[in-house]
Ligand binder design. Sequence first.
Ligand SMILES: Nc1ncnc2c1ncn2[C@@H]1O[C@H](COP(=O)(O)OP(=O)(O)OP(=O)(O)O)[C@@H](O)[C@H]1O
Length: 451
Amino acid sequence: MINDGHLIWEQTVHVLHGTLEKSVFETWIHLTNAHSFDGHHLTIRVPSPMALDHINKFLLDTIHEALAVVTQLPITLSFILEEPNTNRIQQRKDYRDHPFEEEFTNQTPFNPKYTFDTFVIGERNRLAHAASIAVAERPAQNYNPFFLYGGVGLGKTHLMHAVGQHALRMNTNAKVVYISCETFVNEFVTALQTRTIDDFRNKYRRADILLIDDIQFIAGKESTQEEFFHTFNTLHNDHKQIVITSDRPPKDIERLEDRLRSRFSGGLIIDIKPPEFETRVAILRKKAKAEGFQIDNEALNLIATKVETNVRELEGALIRVIAYSSMMNRDIDLYLVEEALTDILPPDAKRPLTVMDVQRVVCTHFHIQLEDMLSRGRQREISYPRQLAMYLTRTLTDLSLPKIGREFGGRDHTTVLHACDKITTDLKADPKLQQTLHVLRDQLMATSHSG
Ligand SMILES: Nc1ncnc2c1ncn2[C@@H]1O[C@H](COP(=O)(O)OP(=O)(O)OP(=O)(O)O)[C@@H](O)[C@H]1O
C-alpha cells in the first residue's frame, strides 16, 4: 500500500508544483516523500525540522487542497522528520516539471518520465510522435520550425521533453534549451530591468535546439514578440532547430505579429488530437504498470470510457481509482471504478441525481413501496433495500450523512453511516450484491442522462 501512497503524494506534489510559488515549492515541498499510507492516512517525510515547522504552520491548507484535487477522498495527512541517512535527492527528481530554465547544461534538464519510450502511440498522435523523433534525430534538417499544437493535456510537453532528452542522447554536447513561453516573457522583462539583455540573448541565440512551450502566451506582448522574432531569425539562419508548442495553430493565435505568424508556419505544423478509446486504454495500462499496479482490462476500459478528451485527466482518474481502492481496501473492479469516478459524468449528462431518483429505482427493483422505505419498518425485505439506497445516495450524490438521514424518514446520520459500512463490507464477499448494485447504478445513470 505504500506504493499507492507514493503515487498519491507524487501527484499531489505535481499539483503543488503548479500552484505554489516556485521558491516555496523548491524550498519546502520538493524534497518531501511518502513514508506510509494505510488507506486513510498518509504520512509524509520532510527533510528538516525547519521544513516540518514551515509546512505545519503555513502550507497545510494548500497541501490538503492539492490532495483533495488528486483523490477527492477524505484522506488525512501528517508530516514526520526524515531519518538522516535517506538518500532523498535520489528519490525526488521527477517532480520538477520544467526545471531547465537556467544556463546551458546537459544535466537531466527534463522530466525523466517524458520520453519517447513512455509515450503511447495511437492514430491521433502518430504523426506528432514521428515528426518529434525525426527532429530529435536530425535537428534542423527537414522540419524547422516544428510547430506542434493541440488541446490541453494531450502530450505536447511530453513530446517536447522527449525531443530534448533524445537529442541529448544522440549528441551529448548539444545545447538544448527548453523554456515555457511564460518564463521567456518574464526573463525578458527582468533582463530589460536589470540591463542583462546580452546575457539573455546569449542564452537563447546560442542554442542548438530551442524548445519553447505554449507560445500562445506571447499574444499581445509586443516587445517580447520583437525579441523572439530576432531570436528565431538568428537560430534559423544558423541552421539551429526550433520546436514550438501551442494550444492552437499559428493562424488562430490572436494579437500575433504577421511576421511571426508566417515564420511559425514556415516549417512543419502538426496537430495532436484527443486519443481514441484503444489508445486511452493503452495509456492507462502503461501508466498503471509503471506505477506497479496490475489492473484488469475491464476496469481500464471503463475508466477510458469515462474520460475522453484529456490525457492528464485520464491519468488523474486512474490515480483516484487506485486511491479509492486503498481506502476501501477493495480490489479494483468495475464496481469500484464506478464508485470512485461517480462524479465524472459523460459530457451529455443533463442533471445531477437526486435522492428521490435513488429511492424510486431501488423501490422498483425490490418491489417495495416508497412509504415502506421511509418507514420505521425493520423487516429485512425493507431494511436491506433501504440500506442499499442510502449507500447509493451516499456514493452517487453530494448529500451529507445528516441530510441523507433526513431524506430517509428522519433518521440519524449514524444510521446512514452504519448502512454504508454494512454495504461496503457485504460488497467484498457478495458477487450477487455487486451485480445488483451494478444494475441499479446503470439505471440511475440512465435516469440522470434522460434529464
Ligand atoms: N500518448 C501519451 N502517452 C503517454 N502519456 C501521455 C500521452 N499523452 C499525454 N500523456 C501524459 O498526459 C499528461 C499531460 O501531457 P502534457 O503535459 O504533455 O500535455 P500538454 O499537451 O502539454 O498540455 P498543456 O496544454 O496543458 O500544457 C502527462 O503526464 C503526459 O505524460
